[in-house]
Design a protein around this ligand. Sequence first.
Ligand code: HEM
Length: 467
Amino acid sequence: MNVSSGAVSCSDYGSLPGPRGPGVLQQLRWMSRQHTFWNDHAARYGPAYRVHFPFMLGRIAVFTTPSAAKTVLRLKPSVAHAGEAYKVLEQSAGPSAVILLDEDEHLRMRKLILSPLHGDRLARWEGFCEERTLQAVESWPIGTPMRLRPITEQISLAVILKIVFGVRDPARADELSGLLPVLFDIPLGAAPGYFHRFGRIDLGPRSPWGAFRRKRDRIDELVLAEVADRRAEFARDRGDEADEAHADLLSMLLAQRDEQGRPLTDRELRDQLVTMLVAGHETTSTSTAWAIERLVRHPEVLATLKADLARGETTYLDAVIKETMRCRPVVAQIARRLTEETEIDGTRIPAGTTVIIPMAVIHRDPDVYPDPDAFRPERFLDGNDPGGYSWLPFGGGVRRCPGASLALLEMRVIIRTILERVELSPDRDEPEQQVVRGVTIVPSRGGRVVVERRLPAPARAPAGATV
Ligand code: HEM
């Protein structure tokens, strides 16, 4: 058995409190309001409780303290399987996607996809991101409410398409961009197909699963056509990744060989590419929209940020981003399936149980974040940062989001560029509600703002060169 440190006496999973109602209702409630579900239950049952989702995960133990998060995220990869816990994503991501693998297979694939996401490689995308943001800002109407989230989504999508494919064929990239939302904004009628094969009944293009499947098949065709073109290109000129034309993920994956000298299969390539495209833009664009949603409703924070940016400083901007991701985490929880009985915060959790760490609750712990509803970036300044396992928007341990540095870079560039070029106000005073869209939590009205006026370009060198 795995044992967490610090436990004095130990209780069993069965003694954990939790709702008595049917599991189906528990799961439906979670699906409609993930963050509220975890918070309401924590308020009622305390820092450790159990729930049951019959169509997904089954028996679940929920832990809401930073110390439990630390224990769970430091468990050996052979004991805590994230791939198994995220199995519900298989219909979008594909069975060989890095997020669905565990242990050695996971480690191998993760190493491969990390190559283009290293800090020093990322700087090259900064100029492209700024350029796309400026193009978008120029077309914004003055005085008319508009939704920010679709705009930030387009910017992040353009960036991730460049990083993943390098984009040789713009028409293919455009068609792909239009189709991708079906993989994360899952139509209600197709949702049962994610949980069970009985939900995957194709009654033609107008049936929910039929429509979903056809779009997914078309995405696969487009991705595989790109893979075929690039395999041919690779065989011809063997790209050097130092050369800009081969700095994308696909070029890097094409060059990989396993111990037997075999390249990745088409299926493996498709699953990594699609996962990166989806995971790599929806979360980032939503977080960016939340940051602006929070800023326009907190004029004093906005003024401090603008003054800081005008001095060429980005410390406060980083604190604003951290505070946004604390109080509006776009992913509400992370999960691990235990392969062995494990003791967590003094409770023995049997093998086969899924352990959930809901960031949506940890980020609101008043002992760590006093007055948790207040939007206060100062919490993260001057050594106040509680750090460690209290701030987990990107998850943690060996499964920590590999795109975190890219996401933070994009958020910095997009927020700074927008604030330097336009003066924004909220379309109404009330904050936007947090609503579930697929696997992320988005602003209920899309992050609506009004452009009050345009601002003159700041006297500052543009960000790194355009790729
Ligand atoms: C604000 C933006 C983002 C947020 C909040 C976010 C959040 C997360 C979270 C919570 C996880 C699960 C971690 C765990 O279980 O411990 C994850 C995994 C992952 N994310 Fe992100 N993510 C973001 C951006 C990105 C970007 C930009 C990319 C790609 C470029 C990306 C690719 C992935 C992948 C491939 C995984 C699976 C990693 C693995 O299984 O080893 N994400 N992300």
